[in-house]
Design a protein around this ligand. Sequence first.
Ligand SMILES: Nc1ncnc2c1ncn2[C@@H]1O[C@H](COP(=O)(O)OP(=O)(O)O)[C@@H](O)[C@H]1O
Ligand SMILES: [Mg+2]
Length: 251
Amino acid sequence: MQPLDGDRHALERQVLPIVAEGTTFVGTEGQRLLDQVDLTIAGSGILVVMGPNGAGKSLLLRILTGLVPITHGKISWAGQSSLVGNVRRIGFVFQKPVMFRRTVMENMTFVLRQFGLSKDDAQHRAERALIDADLHHLSDAPARRLSGGEQQRVAIARARVIDPEILFLDEPTAHLDPASTAIIEKMILDAKARGTRIIHVTHDLGQAKRLADDIVFLHLGKLVEHGNAETFFAGPKSKAAQAFVAGDLVI
Ligand SMILES: Nc1ncnc2c1ncn2[C@@H]1O[C@H](COP(=O)(O)OP(=O)(O)O)[C@@H](O)[C@H]1O
Ligand SMILES: [Mg+2]
């Protein structure tokens, strides 16, 4: 898909690199839910964030997208300490699809209108995106009536329609059947092929192997491994990741 338009787009383009240093998030009872996480996100491809439930994966995504402020440490987006002015260069898809109580088409155009596109331009762009995502036949359906898999496909198409520089996906297929999961993995690979940087959270080992270029492994709020996916799967270094990759229960 073409970039949105002109100067405004150029101004809002830069989000990367995202640099997190000593990122710490302390919960209400003093627990370190994220502990001294150092992570730089630049480049291209799919970074898969793995780890057992409660490791802090969702929290890390919320911090990287500026949704949750950190307790200690430093985070920057393209050298800026805030996302004001470029927040719309980020796409976010949650585990449970969030659909507006509107048609599929209106879910798409609403986002584009927020971005400043005229009614006609929004309509054209949304139509193309729905055709691309093989969702055009559902354009006039009320979004909340769709199946879980269809809603999640709309959520991804809607996140992509603004041409984000980076797309964050938090376990988008956790509740879906294999057929819907396969379609969504294809959409994710397609976004990657078009140059979008992707940060994808999953605790599904098979999916991580299918999608990942790089891996981050979180355990108990700590980033215990970060590196090339093939190297990681061939021989994780930490005990927690070794157990996880072997299919053992890791708490
Ligand atoms: N905004 C928040 N404020 C306080 N605690 C949070 C917040 N978000 C998540 N947590 C807590 O942080 C821990 C890690 O949660 P989460 O990031 O959702 O884990 P994961 O996604 O790896 O399963 C959990 O104990 C959760 O209750
Ligand atoms: Mg989570």
